[in-house]
Structure formats: structure tokens, C-alpha cells
Design a protein around this ligand. Sequence first.
Ligand code: FES
Ligand code: FES
Length: 226
Amino acid sequence: MSNLTLTINQQDYEFDNLDPRTTLLDVCRHHLHITGPKKGCDHGQCGACTMLINGRRINSCLTLAVMHDGDEITTIEGIGMPESLSELQQAFKDHDAFQCGYCTPGQICSATALIEEVKQQWSSHVTTDLQNPNGLLVQEIAERMSGNICRCSAYPNIIRAISQVLEKQVSNSSSVSDNAPNDKATDVTISGIWSPPPSEAQIGNQSIIKPTDYASNAANAQGERS
Ligand code: FES
Ligand code: FES
């Protein structure tokens, strides 16, 4: 049995005799009744349990609570509540980026960390120019969000919500302005699913989704799924 202090959403919780086999997800949901993080698969496959640990996203079903004594843990409740939504949460509402909502806390936690990764110019598996990564590419967003599955397939609207906040928050960074949307940008079809990652052909387009493209892309995505 273990004694530890967890700092979750800026509040300290003391534990005496916690079973060291308890996952961080179970501590939140079962011990503390912090139920924003969801248990989908409990195997690290779906991302519904995503939380932020010191600003980085993690599947909380795959990590033990005892490993996080002293860490800053943030769940969806710490990102924003109904009366104080974060910009990304508001964007998810505005773009209708959910249906049942079960995956949404994990999606928003993951996307919150994604935006910080882009600001820091971290590359991803589909980044073709490591010196000049462009997080605004639809393919980049899809790849970086590939650990979060949506059984309702709300992917097109999730991408729109993330794109809107990304464009706003990183539009002044040099890496993005170097690759800002231009007349040569070609349309990207959002397939409606982001796993497996986009094809080489899609990545080769190096296209950036533009607000004016949203309607046509949505129509394309709907057509492909039907
Ligand atoms: S519940 Fe943790 S990844 Fe699915
Ligand atoms: S909105 Fe239902 S699982 Fe994503």
C-alpha cells in the first residue's frame, strides 16, 4: 500500500494506503469522482481517458497513480467548466464536434496539448520538413489526434474546431506564416476517420484547410462515409 499526494486540477489529494496497482484513471473516477475522463477500452487504444500530466497528454488508463506524486495533473474539469469554457471547448460547441460526447473530454484534452506542441514546433510522424513543421495542415492535425477515437465519427467537425483555435492561436508564429494558406493550396478531403494516418498522396498535397473549404470538405466526407 502507498501514501501519496496527487495534484489534480490545482487541488491536492492525499492518499493513505492506496493500492499501488490503481491506475490514475481509476483514482480519478472511483476514488475522487472526477468523472470527466472516460473509460473506453482500458487498454490504451481509444484515448477517452486522456489527461494532461505536466502539460503533456497521456492515456490515464495505462499509468499508475503512484507514478505521479508531485505531478500537475489536468483533466477536462481543469480545462474548463460549463460556465467558463476554454476557447477549444467553445469551438467544439460552435462546430458541433461531438454526438454522444463520450470521447469529447479526451479529444479536448488531447487537442489542448496538440496546440501547445504546434506552438513549440514539435514535428510529427507526417511532418515532411523538420525545420519548418506546419501544424495547420489537416494531415498534421489528423496524425496528432490519431490516438483519440470517436465511435460517432465526428472527425470532420473535430478537425474544424481544432483548426479554428490553432489558426487563431498560432497565426503569428513564423513557422506558420511561412506556410500560410495561399492561392496554390488545393482542397483536402477529410476522410471522416483519422486512423490509419493520411496517405502519402494526401500528405504530398501539403494543403491547409481554409474556412471556405469547410463546407465542401464536409460534403465530401459525408459522401465518402455513406
Ligand atoms: S480508456 Fe484509456 S485509452 Fe481507452
Ligand atoms: S462523439 Fe460519440 S464517441 Fe465521439
